[in-house]
Design a protein around this ligand. Structure first.
Ligand SMILES: [Mn+2]
Length: 455
């Protein structure tokens, strides 16, 4: 498989010179997290397997020549037999189809000991995947071609296409150093690469651009990637679970299934890359399209407890709230995972607050799983101080809001209520409540005042 059947212009019959166009399709995915028993549910582990199965089916059906997986193939360092069975069973389909799978280790795939043997090493030895890595020596970083016998190496070529794929495992805090060492190395071997017919270079890494996910700290900054810019055509990233592109040649597809609730609203999938290595063109062209894949639906709802005076009232109002969102539980073919966020100020004694009853009221809508987050404040905690300046500013503000509502025909009929809503809106925003929560709350207020208006 290694070695290049590169077509030189002089080998082509006259007239055919500029008409030979070679198109190669690759798929770039990452963060499969196979074997994740999310919420302790078998159904969720099955969902992660199903996501990999979908990816593999599409890889075969779209005439793809190579599948790249940029780290976090498995969710855990130690996997159970069921997960290994799913992995080998599915990868077997690609082996039969003759489609190579090129993989790098993510932080979730690492062996326990630094010199240890990971489950990805096992898949590599069993020839299901090509696991790319690198060596350090006295001369610095060493990138060698992947050897089918020793099952090791830092790059692999797709024979006859001029495409070379480099891969670096997750190295944590060493990422920046490794990036600049790789940059030095690639600059040094540039002429050799070209002699070998390499036209298009892909570099796989399990890291991200700092700032793309605020929860992930210590990632390289966008500027740190610049050392690679002229040396590779496409950087295939994994690690950050939402999709993004950077600087026109860095791509991150995000996780296939939902690992954290924070990524649930992102449209994620894999990149389908079409590389065109035309013998006449100076530089090869390519396109990368993000293909969104199916996933378990996640439902996120916000319920504002403001104004509810007792547990009984809360339960009644919460039940009404669920009834209003009934469609959202039922609209998907599959049972959703529901996250409900309680927000606002709880106006009664917290010891009387009974979460269990709220959980019970949701079960009639039959989600796959339900989590209720109590993000409420106690009313006492936000009582404004009886300060003259403060209260006079508040009454002035309310007066201004009242005048604003009065001067607009849409709001004039209920100007008093609207001025109160505007004040609350401002308070929610000052509290730092999430935009969706404020929006949900506002829609409810809008409907409430609108209805009282009508009737
Ligand atoms: Mn991951």
């Amino acid at each position: 498989m290694i070695g290049m059947a590169h077509v030189h212009d002089k080998d082509l019959p006259k007239g055919l010179k500029k008409t030979i166009i070679m198109r190669t399709r690759l798929i770039h995915a990452a963060d499969i997290h196979l074997g994740y028993l999310q919420y302790g549910l078998d159904e969720r582990a099955i969902d992660f397997t199903r996501a990999l199965e979908h990816l593999i089916t599409e890889t075969i059906q779209t005439d793809c020549q190579c599948l790249l997986i940029a780290g976090d193939f498995f969710h855990n360092r130690s996997i159970d037999s069921q997960t290994l069975y799913s992995a080998t069973k599915l990868l077997e389909r690609l082996r039969e189809a003759g489609i190579p799978v090129v993989v790098i280790e993510g932080n979730h795939d690492k062996a326990y000991r630094s010199e240890g043997y990971s489950w990805l090493s096992y898949l590599n030895q069993m020839e299901y995947i090509r696991l790319l890595s690198f060596n350090f020596s006295d001369e610095g970083i060493q990138l060698s071609p992947f050897d089918d016998k020793t099952r090791s190496g830092s790059y692999t070529d797709i024979a006859g296409t001029g495409i070379r794929i480099y891969g670096l495992p997750w190295v944590g805090a060493q990422t920046r150093n490794i990036m600049s060492a790789v940059s030095d190395y690639l600059r040094k071997v540039r002429a050799d690469e070209e002699r070998q017919g390499v036209r298009f270079r892909i570099l796989m890494m399990h890291t991200g651009v700092d700032g793309e996910d605020p929860r992930l700290k210590g990632l390289p900054a966008g500027n740190d990637f610049r050392v690679l810019k002229d040396l590779v055509n496409y950087i295939a990233l994994g690690h950050v679970h939402k999709p993004y592109t950077y600087d026109g040649y860095i791509y991150n597809p995000g996780s296939l299934e939902t690992v954290n609730i924070e990524e649930a609203k992102e449209k994620r999938g894999y990149y389908q890359i079409d590389v065109q290595t035309d013998t006449a063109a100076a530089a090869p062209e390519y396109s990368a399209e993000l293909i969104i894949t199916p996933k378990r639906p996640f439902l996120q709802l916000s319920y504002i407890v403001d104004g509810v005076q007792s547990q009984e009232e809360l339960l009644e109002d919460f039940t009404r709230f669920l009834r209003r969102h009934k469609q959202e539980f039922a609209q998907t073919e599959e049972k959703p995972v529901a996250h409900i966020y309680l927000r606002g100020n709880l106006a009664f004694d917290r010891t009387a607050f009974n979460m269990k009853q709220l959980y019970e009221s949701v079960t009639i809508y039959k989600p796959l799983h339900i989590i209720i987050h109590d993000n409420t404040d106690s009313a006492e905690a936000i009582d404004l101080p009886e300060d003259d300046t403060r209260s006079s500013i508040q009454s002035m503000e309310k007066d201004i809001f009242y005048q604003m509502a009065l001067s607009d025909a849409r709001f004039a009929n209920a100007a008093e209520q609207w001025s109160q809503i505007m004040q609350n809106l401002k308070q929610h925003s000052l509290n730092g409540d999430p935009a969706e929560a404020i929006c949900d709350w506002f829609i409810e207020e809008y409907q409430r005042v609108g209805q009282s208006d009508q009737g």
